[in-house]
Design a protein around this ligand. Structure first.
Ligand SMILES: *[C@@H]1O[C@H](CO)[C@@H](O)[C@H](O)[C@H]1NC(C)=O
Ligand SMILES: *[C@@H]1O[C@H](CO)[C@@H](O)[C@H](O)[C@H]1NC(C)=O
Ligand SMILES: *[C@@H]1O[C@H](CO)[C@@H](O)[C@H](O)[C@H]1NC(C)=O
Ligand SMILES: *[C@@H]1O[C@H](CO)[C@@H](O)[C@H](O)[C@H]1NC(C)=O
Ligand SMILES: *[C@@H]1O[C@H](CO)[C@@H](O)[C@H](O)[C@H]1NC(C)=O
Ligand SMILES: *[C@@H]1O[C@H](CO)[C@@H](O)[C@H](O)[C@H]1NC(C)=O
Ligand SMILES: *[C@@H]1O[C@H](CO)[C@@H](O)[C@H](O)[C@H]1NC(C)=O
Ligand SMILES: *[C@@H]1O[C@H](CO)[C@@H](O)[C@H](O)[C@H]1NC(C)=O
Ligand SMILES: *[C@@H]1O[C@H](CO)[C@@H](O)[C@H](O)[C@H]1NC(C)=O
Ligand SMILES: *[C@@H]1O[C@H](CO)[C@@H](O)[C@H](O)[C@H]1NC(C)=O
Length: 367
C-alpha cells in the first residue's frame, strides 16, 4: 500500500509527505528518523553551476556527519580552488557521471589524482590539500563529511538559492564550460572560520593515464586497499575494494570504504550489495546504538522504520537515529546502497562479525 501510494504521488508530482510521516523535503533541524527524496527541493543552493543539496546535516545527525549532494555539468575548470580542512574528514563518492579528485599530503608522501566514475570513492582526511573537477555532462557527487555541520560553508558562499519547479538536478542555463565554480582567491582565503584553508600554491597534476595520476597507481585494474591509519588519503575503485559476504535473510556483500581504523572511531562508510530476501524469510529488525544513513545507489530499497514501510530509489536517503529499530531489503533482484554510520559500533561492523571474505561484486548463484 505504501509503495502504491508513494508511486502515485511521485507520478503526479506531489511530495510523498502527505502519505507518510517519514518523508521530508528538508533535513530536520533535530535528530529523528526520516527519508528524503533525491533532488528534494529545500535548502538547495547554487555555487556557480553546481547545485548543492543537504540530505543529512549537522543538526539532523546530532553533529555526527553531513551527507551533501552536488549535481553539476562538466566544467573546463576546477570545481573549487585547492584547500584543506584542519578538522573535517571528507569523502567523495561518485553517484553519477564522473569527476576528478586530487589529494595531496606531504607528511604521508601522497600526491595523487583519480578520475572517479560511478561507484568510485576517494577518502580525504583532515589536513589533505584537495580539489575536484566535474568531467561529465550530468554528474552527482555524494560528499560525506565528518563531523557534521560542514553545510554551513555552502549556505555562506552560495551564489543563489536554487528552486526549480521541475526539480531539475541543476540549472543548464547557468552552464558555461569556460567558467568554473572555483571562486576567487580572496573569497576562498576568507573561509577559515568554516575550516577551509586555501592552498593556492598547489598545482593539480594533469598527467592522468587511464584515470589515474601517477599512471603507476592501481586504478580499475587491480585491488585497492584502505589506508592503515586515519590520516592517509586513498582511493577505492567501484568493486575493487575489500569484500565480505553476509548471509542473513538475504545475501549482503559488505564493501567497507571507511572502517573504524580510517574513521578514527568516529564513523564508518561503505556499500551493501543486496539480493532479494531468501524464500519466505523475513528481514531481521536491527537497532544500533548510533546514527546510520543510507543512500540508494542502485535499484530499490524497502525500509521498515517507525511503523511504516517505504521504498527508496537511487539517490534517496534514509536517516536512522541510534536506538531506532529498522529493517531493510532489496525491492528487486539486486540493490546497492551506501551506508554511513556514526561511532564505531556501526551496521557494517555488526554484519562483518558473521561475514566471510568474498572476492566478487555479485552474490552467489545459490542460497
Ligand atoms: C591539522 O593541522 C593543524 C595545523 O597544523 C593541526 O592543529 C591539527 O591538529 C591537524 N589535524 C589533525 C587531525 O592532525
Ligand atoms: C537563501 O535563502 C535564505 C533563507 O530564505 C536566505 O537567508 C539567504 O540569504 C538566501 N541566499 C541567497 C544566496 O540568496
Ligand atoms: C538559471 O540560470 C539563469 C542564468 O544564470 C538564471 O537567470 C535563472 O534564474 C536560473 N534559474 C533557476 C531556476 O535557478
Ligand atoms: C561564458 O564564459 C565566457 C568566458 O568567460 C564569456 O565570454 C561568456 O560571456 C560566458 N557566457 C555566458 C552565457 O555566461
Ligand atoms: C591503459 O589502459 C589500456 C587498456 O586497458 C592498457 O592497454 C594500457 O597499458 C594502460 N596504460 C597504462 C599506462 O597503464
Ligand atoms: C596495511 O598493513 C598491512 C599489514 O601490515 C599490509 O599488508 C598492507 O599492505 C598495508 N596497506 C597499506 C595500504 O599500506
Ligand atoms: C583520533 O582521535 C583521537 C581522540 O580519540 C585524537 O586525539 C586524534 O587526533 C585523532 N586522529 C586523527 C588523525 O584525527
Ligand atoms: C522458493 O519457493 C518456491 C515455492 O515454494 C520453490 O518452488 C522454490 O524452490 C524455492 N526456492 C528456494 C531457493 O528455496
Ligand atoms: C556516536 O558517534 C559519535 C561520533 O560520530 C560519538 O561521538 C558518540 O559518542 C557516539 N554515540 C554513541 C551512543 O555511541
Ligand atoms: C551472528 O551469528 C550469531 C551466532 O550464530 C547470531 O547469534 C547473531 O544473531 C548473528 N548476527 C547477525 C547480525 O547476523
Amino acid at each position: 500500500m505504501q509503495l502504491l501510494a508513494s508511486l502515485a504521488f511521485a507520478a503526479i508530482g506531489f511530495s510523498s509527505a502527505a502519505a507518510s510521516s517519514l518523508w521530508v523535503t528538508e533535513a530536520p533541524a533535530y535528530v529523528r528518523p526520516y527519508l528524503i527524496e533525491r533532488f528534494a527541493p529545500a535548502q538547495a543552493v547554487a555555487v556557480g553551476p553546481q547545485i548543492y543539496r543537504f540530505p543529512v546535516t549537522g543538526p539532523s545527525s546530532g553533529g555526527a556527519f553531513s551527507l551533501i549532494s552536488t549535481a553539476a555539468p562538466s566544467s573546463g575548470d576546477l570545481g573549487v580552488l585547492p584547500h584543506l580542512h584542519q578538522t573535517h574528514y571528507e569523502n567523495f563518492f561518485c553517484l553519477k557521471g564522473g569527476f576528478q579528485v586530487w589529494a595531496d599530503k606531504d607528511d604521508v608522501g601522497v600526491n595523487e589524482a583519480r578520475k572517479l566514475t560511478v561507484g568510485d570513492f576517494g577518502a580525504v582526511p583532515s589536513n589533505t590539500t584537495h580539489t575536484f573537477q566535474l568531467t561529465e555532462p550530468n554528474s552527482e557527487m555524494t560528499g560525506v563529511i565528518q563531523p557534521g555541520g560542514f553545510e554551513d560553508l555552502f549556505f555562506a558562499i552560495a551564489t543563489s538559492n536554487y528552486t526549480a519547479p521541475t526539480m531539475s538536478p541543476f540549472n543548464y542555463t547557468a552552464w558555461n564550460a569556460s567558467t568554473g565554480a572555483g571562486g576567487d582567491a580572496s573569497e576562498i582565503s576568507a573561509l577559515e572560520a568554516f575550516d577551509v584553508y586555501a592552498q593556492l600554491d598547489f598545482i593539480p597534476r594533469r598527467d592522468f593515464v587511464n584515470g589515474t595520476a601517477p599512471s603507476t597507481s592501481v586504478w580499475h585494474d587491480g585491488p585497492n586497499e584502505l589506508a592503515n591509519d586515519s590520516s592517509t588519503p586513498y582511493f577505492v575503485a567501484a568493486d575493487y575494494g575489500p569484500k565480505y559476504l553476509y548471509k542473513g535473510s538475504a545475501y549482503e556483500i559488505v564493501q567497507p570504504l571507511i572502517t573504524p581504523l580510517q574513521g578514527n572511531g568516529s564513523f564508518t562508510m561503505g556499500t551493501l550489495t543486496l539480493s532479494r530476501p531468501l524464500n519466505g524469510s523475513i528481514p531481521a529488525s536491527i537497532t544500533l546504538a548510533n546514527h546510520t544513513a543510507f543512500q540508494v545507489i542502485e535499484g530499490g530499497l524497502t525500509m521498515e522504520m517507525s511503523g511504516e514501510t517505504n521504498t527508496l530509489f537511487t539517490g534517496d536517503v534514509a536517516f536512522i537515529p541510534g536506538g531506532t529499530a529498522f529493517a531493510y531489503w532489496s525491492l528487486g533482484v539486486f540493490a546497492k546502497v551506501l551506508y554511513i554510520g556514526a561511532g564505531s559500533e556501526t551496521l557494517d561492523q555488526l554484519l562483518l562479525k558473521n561475514a566471510t571474505s568474498w572476492e566478487f561484486a555479485v552474490f552467489p548463484t545459490n542460497y
